[in-house]
Design a binder for this molecule. Sequence first.
Ligand code: FPP
Length: 237
Amino acid sequence: MAIFKKKITERVLPTHIAIIMDGNGRWAKKRSLPRTAGHAAGSKNFKDIARYCNKIGLKYLTVYAFSTENWKRPKEEVDNIMKIFKEYLEDAKNFKDENIQVQFIGDRSVLDADIQRLMKESEDASADATGLHLNIAINYGGRDEIVHAVKNIVDSGVDANDITEQTITDSLYTAGQPDPDFIIRPSGEYRLSNYLIWQSAYAEYWFSDILWPDFKPKDLDRAIDDFNKRNRRFGGV
Ligand code: FPP
């Protein structure tokens, strides 16, 4: 027991975990349920994992809820994900009570006006929270984010010679935040799918066959234990 306690206290948390919530559709298929049931289960799991991250004292969590490419899905499925997202937003005051600061990253301008309003309300209501900083990526694409950043930089009139990596970092949706140091993708896929492509330059990656609705706090703990075994050199020796 003493050894167990020692291991927990010595464990270092990543500063910023980013998760690709993948595998909802396959989770539903395995149970002969419609894909919509998979997204509902994925949404519930997202709330559980965000609460758990807040409880263990994680500083930043980013989740991929809807990508710029996800519009290619059947309209019925897109509508269902937006409905689940809206339900979450309507319920978001529960997060406020938990001291979680919510921020949305991505191009929200094309989302329904109702959803945009709820997003803003949720950000405003949780702005003073001091616990977990939760980024929800919605209509998010890493390349789209970089294009958006470059447009803002050009609009600002800055001299090209004055543009540095920091200029770009400061123009991303995640401006002011530490880069993700740990990226988790469950569901057996081994790719980044246009997620945080600038910010993840030095992140560690963790993959697993677990489908997102089945990814539980114990799996996150296992991933964090693995993160602790990594030797991060950032290009040095
Ligand atoms: C990927 O699984 C999941 C999505 C594209 C949608 C994720 C959405 C949610 C978890 C619900 C809404 C989010 C919030 C923040 C309330 P997939 O459908 O690609 O699964 P598959 O690869 O098994 O088909």
